[in-house]
Ligand binder design. Structure first.
Ligand code: ZN
Length: 279
């Protein structure tokens, strides 16, 4: 299979490096991210005096810094949040101007096609998906790129789009977090694989990227503005904006994209349609 170069895909930039443990992987990524000296890498809670007392922490330490207060629950301890079934649809790159310092690298990211940033397509898809879900009785949160600290929902899906210099590159991909404390995200990803392709006609790409698996919103160990570890989460790259076939669906038939997402949510045992809702 043809591999899509890192620089070509929807870029979350250095933010996505947060979950990496391997020094080799970091080094490889740095070459594609010349802005690695971004101040966002400095944890805000680091006391200033520490710099005078200790040598600067090595970058590899930062990847494993755990700023989540308290023990991280296990899949056996997973519980749904209180209240009705709540679905979060995150619009990739939306309202990045609100990014706090810890996520300031977000402001430069994302792909575009013909001058239109992917966030426009992501937003349209999220709104359509949200409207379909609300019709089924779900509570829906449309979230911007910066998620509320410790955000909880029954399910969180980040919506993005890919792009490539190679216009023949096409396909969608879905990923669960690399570290999934709920143990349930892959089940949802498997369902999306069953529903998204038939609904959209967009082919599935087997590979996911590190930037997807290590998506910043998944990384409660590192960022304050991240999901609660009990929030089941996934990320979808809906297709390639730079491919005419994929674009024809994403841009001109977003209802098919929404349908592919909704069908997976309805089929997911943890997020069944609310009882009594109109079908
Ligand atoms: Zn994106």
């Amino acid at each position: 299979m043809k591999r899509i170069g890192l620089a070509a895909v929807c870029a979350f930039g250095i933010i996505a490096l947060a979950g990496l443990d391997s020094g080799e992987e970091v080094a490889a990524e740095v070459r594609t991210a010349p802005v690695v000296q971004e101040v966002a890498l400095v944890p805000q809670d680091t006391p200033v005096v520490r710099q005078a007392q200790e040598p600067p922490p090595q970058r590899s330490r930062w990847w494993s810094r755990n700023r989540y207060p308290g023990p991280i629950p296990t899949p056996e301890e997973w519980q749904p949040p209180d209240g009705p079934v709540r679905i979060a649809l995150q619009v990739g790159h939306w309202r990045v101007e609100e990014a706090p310092r810890e996520l300031s690298g977000l402001r430069r990211n994302g792909t575009s096609w013909n001058g239109t940033h992917e966030r426009e397509f992501n937003l349209e898809i999220a709104r359509r998906t949200g409207a379909m879900l609300e019709e089924l009785g779900y509570v829906v949160d449309i979230l911007p790129a910066v998620v509320p600290p410790d955000y909880r929902a029954h399910l969180f899906l980040a919506i993005h789009a890919d792009a490539s210099n190679d216009r023949s590159a096409r396909g969608y991909r879905v990923s669960a977090p690399r570290r999934d404390a709920t143990g349930r995200a892959q089940d949802f990803v498997d369902l999306l694989h069953q529903t998204y392709g038939p609904a959209t006609g967009i082919r599935r790409l087997q590979d996911t990227t590190r930037r997807m698996r290590n998506y910043y919103a998944f990384n409660y160990r590192r960022y304050e503005h991240a999901l609660h570890p009990m929030t089941i989460a996934a990320i979808i790259e809906t297709g390639f904006l730079t491919n005419a076939g994929d674009r024809a669906v994403i841009m001109n038939q977003p209802e098919r994209v929404a349908r592919g997402i909704v069908d997976a949510i309805v089929a997911f045992p943890i997020t069944p349609p609310p009882v009594g809702a109109l079908r």
